[in-house]
Design a protein around this ligand. Structure first.
Ligand code: ME8
Length: 529
C-alpha cells in the first residue's frame, strides 16, 4: 500500500451551473480523500474548472460579458457548492490561471520541438457542444455526435495535431502491464474496441475558429485545443514546469504516491487514451488508476446542462442537510455503475438508513444509559452476555471489510458494511433486551456490558461514517461524550476507550421525513428545470 494519495476530479466546464451529477463525482472523490486522511495517509485532493473553449466564448457573448467575467461568475458558484457540500479539496485549479496557461504553452512548445505536434489541415465532423472532432464511423450515417447525440457538421481548418500513433504501442503495453489502470475493466475493452481498433486518428490540439483559449506561442492565431489544455491541469496544479516543483515531486514523481483520477464515463476516451500519451511525450509517469464512475440519469436521459433536465443540489442540501445528500449519492448509486436520481428512494434512504437505523440506535442507547447508568458509559468487562462476542466480531470484520472496499474505491460497498454494523447493533438490543435485564439486580453486570458494547459499536460506526456524514457523525460522537482527541481512527480497536465516559444531551440526528410531502417537494424542484 502506497503512503500518499493524489486524487483528482474532472475540472468541470463553467458554461452553466453545476448539477447533481457533478456533485456526485466530487462528493465521492471527497469521501475517498477523507477516508484516507482518517487512516493517516497523506492525501492531496484536487478539483477545478476548465474555463476555455468555444461554448464558453458563446455563452459569455450571449450574456453580454467578457468570457473571463462569465467564468469568474460561474466559478463563484462552484466554490459555494463545494463549501455547501463540505468538499475538502486541497486546491482548486482554474485553467485561466497563469500557473496553468504558461505551462501549457511550454508543454505545447516542447511537443512541437520534439515533433510530437505538427501543423496540418483538419477536415472532420465537429460537435460544437462536445468540442470534439469525430470520424465518419463514429458519427454514422445520420451524422450524430456519439457522445451527446446532437447533429455534427463538417469542419475544415488549419490545425496542429498530436501524433497518437507514435505513442500507441506504448499505451497498449501500459494497459497490458497495468490491468488496474482503468476500471471498471469494461471501460478498457470499450477503449480498445470503439476507439483504438477502428484506427486511432491523430488528435487535433489547436483551433483557429475561436479565441477564448491559450494562444500557441509559435503561431498565436491558434489557441490550444481544449483537451491538451484541460488534461494538463492535473500536473500544472502541482507546479509542474514552474519555479517551484516541490508538490509535483511529492505527489506525482514520488513512486510512493498513488495517483488516482476519478472521472465520468463521458470523458474516458480523453483520460484513458490521450492523457497517458501526453505524459509519455513529456517523459512523465502515468497515473496508477483511472476510476470511471457511471452517469446519473434523469427522466431516462443523461442529466446534462445542455439538456436542461438537471437536479440542482443546492435546494436539496438546504432542505435535507449536507449529510443526507452526501449519503444518498454514495449509498444509493453504486460507484462505477450508472444510476438514476429518484426522489422516492432519496426519502426512503434517509428515513431507513439514517433516521430509523443509525439515528435510532444512538437515541435508544443514550436513553438507556441515562435511565440505567445516570448517563455514564459503563466500563468494558469482556464478553459478559452471550451476545457480546458476536457484536465484537462484527465490529472487527466491519472495519476490515470497510478498509478493503474503500481501498478498492468500492465506496458504496464500504458504507453498506457500516450499515450492517448499525443493523447488527440494533438487533443486539433486541437480543439482549436491556429493559428485561434492568428489572433484575443480579443482571446488572450484563446490562452494563450491553451498554458498553453499544457505545463501542456506535463509536466505530460514527468514525467509519465520518467521511460521508461529515456533520452528523460528529454530532453523534459529541452526544456519546467522545472527546475530540478520541475521535480517532487509530483508536477504533480500543474497547476500553469509552469506559466511564459521561454522555451528553441526546438529540435526534435525522428527523424522519414525510414521504408524500418530501417526494412532492423534490419533484417540484425537478419540474423547475
Ligand atoms: O467534461 N452523472 O466537464 P463537464 C454523473 N471539462 N456525473 C456527471 C454527470 C451525470 N449526469 N454529468 C457530468 C468536462 N458529470 C471537461 C472535463 S477533465 C480534464 C475535463 C460529471 O463539466 C462526470 O464526472 O462536462 C463527468 O465526467 C464530468 O462531470 C464532466 O463535466
Amino acid at each position: 500500500m502506497k503512503k500518499k494519495f493524489y486524487i483528482t476530479t474532472p475540472i468541470y466546464y463553467p458554461s452553466a451551473k453545476l448539477h447533481i451529477g457533478h456533485a456526485y463525482c466530487t462528493t465521492l472523490s471527497d469521501i475517498f480523500a477523507r477516508s484516507k486522511r482518517e487512516r493517516g495517509y497523506e492525501c492531496y485532493f484536487l478539483t477545478g474548472a476548465d474555463e476555455h473553449g468555444l461554448k464558453i466564448e458563446k455563452n459569455a457573448q450571449q450574456a453580454g460579458v467578457s468570457p473571463q467575467e462569465f467564468v469568474d461568475n460561474i466559478v463563484k458558484g462552484f466554490y459555494s457548492l463545494w463549501d455547501l457540500l463540505h468538499i475538502s479539496n486541497d486546491d482548486f485549479i482554474r485553467t485561466t490561471q497563469e500557473r496553468h496557461t504558461k505551462v501549457v504553452q511550454d508543454i505545447f512548445s516542447k511537443m512541437l520541438a520534439q515533433g510530437d505536434i505538427y501543423l496540418g489541415h483538419y477536415e472532420g465532423w465537429y460537435c460544437k457542444d462536445c468540442e470534439a472532432f469525430w470520424t465518419d464511423t463514429q458519427v454514422g450515417k445520420d451524422h450524430i455526435c456519439p457522445d451527446c447525440n446532437r447533429p455534427v457538421s463538417k469542419a475544415q481548418e488549419e490545425a496542429y495535431f498530436f501524433k497518437t500513433n507514435k505513442y500507441l504501442p506504448n499505451l497498449l503495453k501500459f494497459y497490458d502491464e497495468n490491468p488496474n489502470f482503468l476500471t471498471p475493466v469494461s471501460r478498457k475493452n470499450e477503449m480498445i474496441n470503439t476507439f483504438i481498433k477502428p484506427g486511432l486518428e491523430d488528435l487535433c490540439v489547436s483551433r483557429t475558429s475561436f479565441t477564448w483559449g491559450i494562444p500557441v506561442k509559435e503561431n498565436p492565431k491558434h489557441v490550444v485545443y481544449v483537451w491538451l489544455d484541460a488534461l494538463t491541469n492535473y500536473i500544472t496544479a502541482l507546479g509542474y514546469g514552474s519555479d517551484n516543483e516541490e508538490k509535483f515531486r511529492k505527489f506525482w514523481e514520488d513512486p510512493d504516491t498513488e495517483i488516482i483520477h476519478i472521472l465520468g464515463a463521458d470523458i474516458t476516451r480523453f483520460h484513458a487514451i490521450y492523457w497517458p500519451m501526453f505524459l509519455d511525450a513529456l517523459n512523465l509517469r502515468k497515473p496508477d488508476r483511472e476510476f470511471v464512475h457511471g452517469l446519473l440519469m434523469m427522466k431516462d436521459a443523461k442529466m446534462s446542462k445542455s439538456k436542461g433536465n438537471v437536479v440542482d443540489p443546492y435546494p436539496l442540501v438546504e432542505r435535507y442537510g449536507v449529510d443526507a445528500v452526501r449519503y444518498y449519492l454514495a449509498r444509493e448509486i453504486t460507484f462505477g455503475s450508472d444510476g438514476s436520481f429518484s426522489p422516492v428512494q432519496f426519502v426512503e434512504r434517509i428515513n431507513n438508513d439514517l433516521a430509523n437505523s443509525y439515528g435510532n440506535l444512538l437515541n435508544r442507547t443514550l436513553g438507556m444509559m441515562n435511565k440505567y447508568f445516570d448517563g455514564v458509559i459503563p466500563s468494558y468487562k469482556g464478553q459478559v452476555t452471550s451476545f457480546d462476542g458476536a457484536l465484537e466480531t462484527c465490529i472487527e470484520t466491519t472495519i476490515t471489510s470497510y478498509e478493503k472496499a474503500m481501498d478498492d474505491l468500492k465506496i458504496t460497498e464500504a458504507i453498506s458494511y457500516v450499515n450492517d454494523l448499525v443493523n447488527r447493533a440494533n438487533k443486539y438490543i433486541d437480543e439482549t433486551m436491556p429493559w428485561v435485564l434492568a428489572k433484575d439486580e443480579t443482571k446488572k453486570e450484563e446490562l452494563a456490558s450491553v451498554m458498553n458494547h453499544l457505545a463501542n459499536a456506535i463509536y466505530v460506526a460514527s468514525i467509519l461514517y465520518r467521511p460521508v456524514l461529515v456533520t452528523a457523525s460528529e454530532k453523534a460522537l459529541e452526544q456519546l461524550g467522545v472527546t475530540t482527541e478520541n475521535r480517532n481512527y487509530n483508536k477504533l480497536h480500543n474497547l476500553k476507550l469509552l469506559d466511564n465516559v459521561k454522555i451528553n444531551k441526546a438529540e435526534a440526528l435525522f428527523p424522519r421525513l414525510d414521504p408524500t410531502v418530501e417526494v412532492e417537494f423534490i419533484n417540484s424542484l425537478m419540474g423547475n428545470h
